[in-house]
Design a protein around this ligand. Structure first.
Ligand SMILES: [Fe+2]
Ligand SMILES: [Fe+2]
Length: 345
């Protein structure tokens, strides 16, 4: 039994958080056999001790529900023959419930159930207590891992909300393009996915799209919303927006090259774009995707200087200039997306 206990302890302590459920179930089953127990359960309690956050069992999937009064008693010691809800456990005549503590605080409990009177010798009880110490360590680690995971999710949520708040800044001065960046983002991400470029490209192209026209915040609203044709000076002012967006975004230490993608989103593969007129492979794939998504969304939507031209015109534009202005593979994936997959904004 000692050897089995040592192996169970090692297995539990070396299990990763992904493996924990399986390892715990197997360990409980094995230990249950050693003890000739009908069932062993391990419960993780929430802070207020009102409910279980996580439960594993060696046997039936039903768990005994311990009353609050029992949990209070566990603060002081362990329980032998505490009350068990009888619906699933009517044949249980003997039970042992041990507290699982971390730094003196009750964090869980371990229940051992038998269908026969159990005259437990001291050596066996010692093994049970030792295993329970391991359960306590495992639960304490699980609490920390769950908290870390929830902190990461919270940070991710805050990060996306910050990006969205930034994204909405440009819509203050350019209400006509309300929703343009988010629709472009959805489309650009779908194109990247269609091209099988992997999560990092998909995600970075999405984030950069949400922010790609941020630099327009510096351009006077009269120019952005001008219904007629722009003068050369006005147009040259508009052309500064990728660099202005880059200046803002390069101050943020994104784990992806968001500022560079934004800087290049009006570059064209024949070098006729702006701000630098770079061409071909000098343009990042993310920027080539964003460029096509931006054009398709813009042509499909209403603009102050013209009504919406519709999706057919948008697809005609990219097909016609495929290989001159727009990357061949990106255009191919975009056409596939709309024609075969029936993508819709
Ligand atoms: Fe732009
Ligand atoms: Fe745009």
């Amino acid at each position: 039994m000692k050897q089995v206990c040592e192996r169970i302890k090692n297995n539990l302590l070396s299990a990763s958080c992904v493996e924990l459920n399986n390892v715990m179930d197997n360990s409980l089953a094995e230990f249950g056999q050693c003890l000739n127990a009908a069932q062993i359960n391990v419960h993780l309690l929430e802070d207020q001790l009102h409910q279980y956050l996580w439960m594993r069992t060696s046997g039936k999937k039903e768990f005994p529900i311990f009353e609050k009064v029992i949990i209070n008693e566990l603060e002081d010691g362990y329980i032998i023959n505490g009350s068990v809800q009888t619906e699933f456990f009517e044949d249980i005549i003997y039970q042992l419930v041990l507290p699982l503590r971390s730094e003196g605080r009750l964090i869980g409990l371990a229940g051992f159930l038998w269908t026969a009177e159990n005259k437990m010798v001291k050596e066996v009880f010692d093994q049970i207590e030792q295993i329970c110490q391991t359960f306590s360590l495992v639960l304490a680690r699980k609490i920390k891992e769950d908290r870390a995971l929830s902190d990461i999710h919270q940070m991710e949520k805050i990060f996306m909300q910050t990006v969205e708040a930034f994204s909405s800044i440009v819509e203050i001065s350019d209400p006509y393009t309300s929703g343009h960046q988010s629709r472009t983002g959805e489309l650009a991400r779908a194109i990247a996915r269609k091209m099988n470029l992997g999560y990092d490209v998909e995600h970075s192209v999405y984030l950069a799209s949400l922010l790609h026209d941020l630099g327009k915040f510096y351009i006077p609203a009269q120019i952005l919303n001008k219904p007629g044709r722009l003068t050369e000076i006005e147009y040259s002012l508009i052309k500064t927006h990728p660099s202005l967006g880059y200046q803002i975004l390069k101050k943020i230490d994104f784990p992806w090259p968001i500022a560079d993608i934004v800087l290049q989103h009006h570059e064209k593969i024949n070098g006729s774009g702006y701000p630098y007129g770079i061409s071909g492979d000098d343009i990042m794939i993310e920027a080539k995707i964003l460029c096509v998504a931006d054009v398709v969304e813009s042509i499909s939507s209403h603009r102050p200087y013209r009504p919406a031209l519709g999706l057919d015109s948008a697809l005609f534009e990219i097909k016609e200039k495929q290989g001159t202005l727009y990357d061949v593979d990106v255009v191919e994936a975009t056409l596939d997306l709309f024609i075969k997959d029936k993508y819709q904004f």
